[in-house]
Every structure is written in structure tokens, then in C-alpha cells.
Design a protein around this ligand. Structure first.
Ligand code: PEP
Ligand code: MG
Length: 543
């Protein structure tokens, strides 16, 4: 059997499926059927079982993990928590609901208290999930753990899930949801893991089923033959090509930069020929933090990053919180439609002290290192927001300050934006999402998430033209830059550098070298006048 989806990158893998259990729904607030005493006895047994599991995992892990897991186990037996749960059961709640409400009350209190207590909120939430899973008799939600490599199948992966993923065990990712620019896709490119998103029927794959994941064709083949499996292993032994700086056939330099989410990824990016960093996603450093990181913490992380790129350009993006990258310390009110909410610069402007501290830490890291630091803001709507960010960052000592073109309104007024911005970097993932009104996390609208769409290309051309007119650089840092053919078109539209997951650098480098600037411009001209994404791709890839 073969399932079809949208492939990310060109990799292939073979291995057994391991499914990520579905998230647990909130326990319903319904009348309790059993008596209070037996309901409580069930919860008490589940709490004890969870405490024992945590202790056991801790003693197997050893080191710091043992202390942390032992502390979590004690939390599960905390008498105040247990009394609170019992009181809620006595007032008619089911055991599951009582656990959910009691833990909710504790986490609200601990978050408000801040400091060490706030940092333990995630542990408490984890305990509640474990206890509720026990009471329901279902597998624990969250990242599966395995001692042998597997193909992870999930509805989708949130950045917080992926932070916990043991990537040494994951051969490939297959999701039923998500689009080509979802964070699952970004993670896959970043880590060179073959991935296929928006695969209808993926969740019907049973644990243990052996599959071939072929990202180039977007197919998942179940129960492959031995010959098919051998072919996958042979393809994995590919021939290395020489690494040079990015350039077109006519010698025009197009620096090829890396998208990174942690200083730890710098070494492998450099090995793959990254000439610097075109997008450092700072929010990935703090996804699990309940409280805002201090200036000192941040300075240390940014210094670690910059120190790896002496004399090189490093573009750091200030925190892009909101939508599918929630940060506890920048969260606002509940939003029904968070992609259109208080995201990116909007959230930072509403919490200006967080922005001030981040820019201060960046300026200090810049002073302590020899990299060429550029700083930019995400989700910027217009020239007024650009002026605000550029002025604020300059006041705090940053020298090269720009904005991302992710919201169509910014691209439409790009000429005005360049009056204050030193550079613009196009985030094609969000620009596509907002131009085509298609949520990038939704598999059902994944086909709209296509940066080849002429509407997206025309907006990029507006930015490219404005950049050329003002003599300022225009980078591309969305996933579109990782598509070799599209990368050529983007250069034709005015991009002066391209930033991507390091694994994509080799293919993009090779494709750029086949075209002159005039040829890239001619391809771009054809693509922007096409009637659809498919037509743009077809006319621009005609040889
Ligand atoms: C983008 O939107 O293209 C981008 C690079 O930012 P992110 O994917 O982190 O939203
Ligand atoms: Mg974005």
C-alpha cells in the first residue's frame, strides 16, 4: 500500500512505525457515577503508580535527571495536592476532572508566584497528563520513547514536542497534518530527517509496520520488499560534492546562509558550507521557559552563537512568540485565531521590557564577539512598526537593524520600509500563509501553502525592487529558499542572499551555479505572470 503526502527535502528512510499517541482531551465536567471513596481510591492508586514510574525512570537515567524525576515523583504524592483532589471529588467531580482542576489551580498559583515555582509548572502538568492517562487506561500522550530507531507518525508536532524528541532515534517523520512550512517540516529540514506532511491515512498506520518514506516523491510505502529496502540503503550512500560560496554562473555572489534554532547547530552548518546565519530563531531557545530569560542568560547563549562565526554575518531574529510557538512569559489572552493575533513584534511591543532585555543582551554579545550581528523583527506590518523597532534597537546599541517581510502589508509598502530598515528578510512561510489565507499548520489546506504562487512571488518582487532602489539587501529565510528551482527565481526577483536549513545548502548551491542573473530574472518574469503555483513552477523550470 502507498500513502501520499507532501515531501520535505529529498531524503529516504526505512523503518518501523511508532505512533505519537493523540493528545488527551480535557476531562468533561460531568456528574460522577461512582461513590466518592472509590473514585478517590482510583486517583490515589494512579498518583502512586505515576510517582513509581517517575522514580523508576529517574534511577534508570541517573545524574541530574534522577534528582529532577525524583522531585516530580514527590510532587505526585504531595499531601496538599491530594487533599485538593479529594475535596473536589467530594463536591461531585469525577476523579479525572478533579485532577485536571486541582492541577490547574496549582499551576495558576505557581505561575503567578514566579521564580522556582513557576519553573516546575511543566512538571506538574506532566503529572496531571500521566494520572489522567492512567485513569482512562490509554497510552501516555507525548513523544514516544524507544530504544531502537523508528519512523515517527503523528497528527503534527508542536515545537514543544520536538524539543523533547530524541532525534538520534527518529529515522523519518510522517504527519497527517501540517503543511510544507509547518514546524514539523522546518525541524525535518533542520535535522536532515526525511519527512512527509499532510499524509491522508497516516494515523491508520499501526505501530511496528515497516515503511519506506520517500520525501522526493512524497510517498509512504508499507510492507516493502527486500529489493525496495536495499535500494533505499544504496541511495543513502551518495557522492559528496565540493563546497564553495554561493554564486550564479556569471559570478554574481549569492551568500548561502543557515537557519538555526540553537548555537549547537552551528558546527554542522559550517561543515555544510553555510557562509553565516540568515535566521537565528531565538524563541526556540526558550520554548520551555515559564519565566522570561534574564539578560545574563541570553547574553551567554547569543555569545555562544556569535563566537562560532567570527567575521561572518549572523542575522538574529527577536522572539517570535504566538500561534504555534507559544512562550509562557509572552502569552496574552486566549486567542481563537492566534496566527492573526498578538504575534511576533506585536507581542514584544505589548511587553516592551522583554524586547528591551533581549536587545540589550544582543548588544552585549555583539560587543564581546567578532561576528557581524544583524538583528531583525518578525511579523512586522508596516513602515511605522519598522521605524519603532529600528529606532528602539539602535538606541540600545544595535548597528544593523531590519525587519521580516511576512505580512503582505509590509511587502506592499516596502519602499517606505527601506527608509529606516537596513535590510529586509522575506519569511516566505508566513508570507504564503497570510497571502493565501491558509493556516500553515493545517494539513487540509496544505496545497495552498505554496510559495510558488504568483501572488506570493509578486509580493517578493515588490520587496526586491524596493531593496534594489534603495541599495539595501533583501534576504530570503523561509523554506522557499531551500527549493533549488525556486531559489533561482527568488534571486531573479531581487533576493541578494538565501538562508535555509543547512541540509538544503548543497542542492541550492548546485542549482544557482547553472544560471546567470539575467537568466534568473527571465525565469522570475515568467513565474510572476503565471496563473497558479503549478503553472509558475512549470514555466520557471522549463529548460
Ligand atoms: C517564515 O515565516 O518564513 C519564517 C522564516 O519564520 P518562521 O517559519 O519561524 O515563522
Ligand atoms: Mg515567520
Amino acid at each position: 500500500m502507498q500513502l501520499q503526502g507532501m515531501g520535505i527535502g529529498r531524503g529516504m528512510a526505512v523503518g518501523p512505525v511508532l505512533r505519537m499517541p493523540d493528545p488527551l482531551p480535557e476531562p468533561a465536567d460531568v456528574a460522577r457515577a461512582a461513590g466518592a471513596a472509590s473514585e478517590f481510591a482510583g486517583v490515589d492508586a494512579a498518583l502512586s503508580a505515576v510517582a513509581a514510574e517517575l522514580t523508576d525512570r529517574g534511577s534508570r537515567a541517573g545524574g541530574d535527571a534522577r534528582d529532577m524525576l525524583e522531585a516530580a515523583a514527590q510532587m505526585a504524592r504531595d499531601p496538599t495536592l491530594i487533599d485538593d483532589i479529594r475535596a473536589r471529588i467530594d463536591t461531585g467531580r469525577t476523579g479525572q476532572r478533579a485532577v485536571f482542576e486541582a492541577v490547574g489551580a496549582f499551576t495558576a498559583e505557581w505561575t503567578a508566584a514566579g521564580g522556582l515555582l513557576a519553573e516546575r509548572v511543566a512538571d506538574l502538568d506532566d503529572i496531571a497528563r500521566r494520572v489522567i492517562a492512567h485513569l482512562r487506561g490509554v497510552p501516555l500522550p507525548g513523544i514516544p520513547v524507544s530504544d531502537t530507531p523508528f519512523v515517527l507518525v503523528a497528527a503534527d508536532l508542536a515545537p514543544a514536542d520536538t524539543a523533547l524528541l530524541d532525534l538520534t532515534m527518529v529515522l523519518a517523520l510522517v504527519t497527517s497534518g501540517g503543511g510544507p512550512t509547518s514546524h514539523t517540516a522546518i525541524l525535518a529540514r533542520q535535522k536532515s530527517i526525511p519527512a512527509i506532511v499532510a499524509v491522508a491515512g497516516a494515523l491508520d498506520l499501526a505501530d511496528g509496520t515497516v515503511v519506506i518514506v520517500d520525501a522526493a516523491s512524497g510517498s509512504v510505502t508499507t510492507s516493502p520488499t527486500d529489493t525496495e529496502i536495499r535500494a533505499v540503503h544504496e541511495r543513502a550512500r551518495s557522492v559528496p560534492v565540493p563546497i564553495t560560496d554561493g554564486a550564479l554562473k556569471d559570478g554574481t555572489k549569492i551568500p548561502l546562509l543557515a537557519n538555526l534554532g540553537s548555537p549547537d547547530e552551528a558546527m554542522s552548518a559550517i561543515e555544510l558550507g553555510a557562509e553565516g546565519v540568515g535566521l537565528f530563531r531565538t524563541e526556540f531557545l526558550f520554548l520551555g521557559s515559564a519565566a522570561a530569560p534574564t539578560v545574563d542568560d541570553q547574553r551567554a547563549r547569543y555569545t555562544e552563537l556569535l563566537a562560532r562565526f567570527p567575521g561572518r554575518k549572523v542575522v538574529v531574529r527577536v522572539l517570535d512568540a504566538g500561534a504555534d510557538k507559544p512562550l509562557a512569559f509572552l502569552g496574552g489572552e486566549h486567542e481563537d485565531n492566534p496566527a492573526l493575533g498578538l504575534r511576533g513584534l506585536r507581542a514584544l511591543r505589548a511587553n516592551e521590557s522583554v524586547l528591551r532585555e533581549q536587545l540589550t543582551a544582543l548588544a552585549q554579545a555583539d560587543a564581546a564577539t567578532d561576528a557581524e550581528l544583524w538583528v531583525m523583527a518578525p511579523m512586522v506590518s508596516d513602515a511605522e512598526e519598522t521605524d519603532y523597532f529600528v529606532t528602539f534597537a539602535r538606541e540600545l546599541g544595535l548597528r544593523t537593524v531590519g525587519v521580516m517581510a511576512e505580512v503582505p502589508s509590509l511587502a506592499l509598502v516596502a519602499d517606505r520600509v527601506f527608509e529606516s530598515a537596513d535590510f529586509v528578510s522575506v519569511g516566505t512561510n508566513d508570507l504564503t500563509q497570510y497571502t493565501l489565507a491558509a493556516d500553515r499548520t493545517l494539513g487540509s489546506v496544505a496545497r495552498y501553502q505554496d510559495p510558488w504562487h504568483p501572488a506570493v512571488l509578486r509580493l517578493i518582487k515588490l520587496v526586491g525592487d524596493a531593496g534594489r532602489a534603495s541599495g539595501r539587501p533583501v534576504g530570503i529565510c523561509g523554506e522557499a529558499a531551500a527549493d533549488p528551482q525556486l531559489a533561482v527565481v527568488l534571486v531573479g526577483l531581487g533576493a541578494t542572499s538565501l538562508s535555509m536549513a543547512p541540509a538544503a545548502l548543497a542542492d541550492v548551491r548546485a542549482e544557482l551555479a547553472l544560471h546567470s542573473l539575467a537568466e534568473a530574472q527571465a525565469l522570475a518574469e515568467r513565474a510572476v505572470t503565471a496563473g497558479s503555483a503549478a503553472e509558475a513552477r512549470a514555466v520557471a523550470t522549463l529548460r
